[in-house]
Design a protein around this ligand. Structure first.
Ligand code: AMP
Length: 280
């Protein structure tokens, strides 16, 4: 694994790759866990070369204290990555990615209207800014993203197509702890009691599967699940929505969409946990 710290170093390492049209790219913000590693394994299995980036992108944080407190442990990340067949690790500085302020507003096709969008203004535009810049630098043929961040994945798919990037977006399953909690870099910031409470989220959202063929309408099911999650004193839902998995809009009837997902955001204060599950 070649570790590169600048655009020039990356370019030099990229020049040496034998199959430049077969590069799998896994962008991350570091504090790597098994969820990230599952994406890397998938890239290694389907591409000749794998590039991983670690960059905590300031433009996607609407809360500066969340940016400051975001867990960072690059040395540990590097030692984990040494166990995988990664060709290049890219560790850019903010100046490498943003030599000047990025004022672009990238069209996300209205996919930010629900879910994380309303509560995190600018977040998905920041994601689009960094991902487009990383695509320009890395020049991947495939980019792998986790369904853990389902809305992010949908938005990236949208602008990759809209902006004609020659990059195939590969969706990867959510990787969970054995008790069902979706793995996240933020989980290390949970207190012991919050960590014990957190699997309650997956337990509750899994119950929605039983209602897909029922007469109970999706909004009512979402509401019941919301109450169930909130019955745990350490958890407070921000939203629970049952959505059309293509348009990301909440649905009124189970017959309104061929692909349906439930997504939620839950506060285990001050940490926000997001999760989602495929229903149909
Ligand atoms: P992050 O470092 O949080 O920006 O995540 C980098 C990539 O890893 C994104 O594509 C995430 O969706 C993905 N990812 C994070 N957690 C998980 C997980 N538990 N399972 C699968 N993919 C994940």
């Amino acid at each position: 694994m070649i570790i590169t710290h600048s655009l020039a170093e990356y370019e030099e390492a990229w020049e040496r790759l034998s199959h430049k049209n077969d590069i799998g790219f896994v962008p991350t913000m570091g504090a790597l866990h098994s969820g990230h590693l599952s994406l890397i394994e998938r890239s290694v299995s389907c591409c000749k070369h794998t590039v991983v980036s670690i960059f905590v992108n300031p433009t996607q944080f609407n809360d500066p204290s969340d940016f400051e407190k975001y867990p960072r442990d690059v040395d540990k990340d590097i030692s984990l990555l040494q166990n995988y067949d990664v060709d290049i690790l890219f560790l850019p500085s903010v100046k490498d990615i943003y030599p000047q302020e990025d004022n672009r507003v990238i069209d996300v096709g209205g996919l930010d209207k629900y879910g994380e969008g309303p509560g995190r203004p600018g977040h998905f535009n920041g994601v689009a800014q960094v991902v487009t810049r990383l695509f320009n630098i890395i020049k991947p043929s495939k980019a792998l993203f986790g369904e853990k961040d389902f809305q992010q994945l949908s938005i990236i798919r949208h602008f990759t197509r809209a902006l004609n990037y020659p990059v195939e977006i590969v969706a990867c399953d959510i990787f969970r702890e054995s008790d069902g909690l979706a793995m996240s870099s933020r989980n290390v910031r949970l207190t012991h009691q919050q960590r014990v409470a957190a699997p309650h989220i997956f337990h509750c959202i899994s119950m929605a599967k039983d209602y897909v063929h029922s007469k109970t309408p999706p909004r009512q099911v979402a509401d019941q699940i919301r109450k169930m999650i909130d019955s745990n004193k350490l958890l407070k839902t921000e939203y629970v929505e049952i959505i059309n998995a293509l348009t990301l809009q909440p649905i009124d009837n189970w017959s309104d969409a061929d692909q349906i997902r439930l997504w939620c955001a839950v506060s285990a204060s001050p940490i926000r946990l997001i999760d989602n599950i495929k229903l149909k």
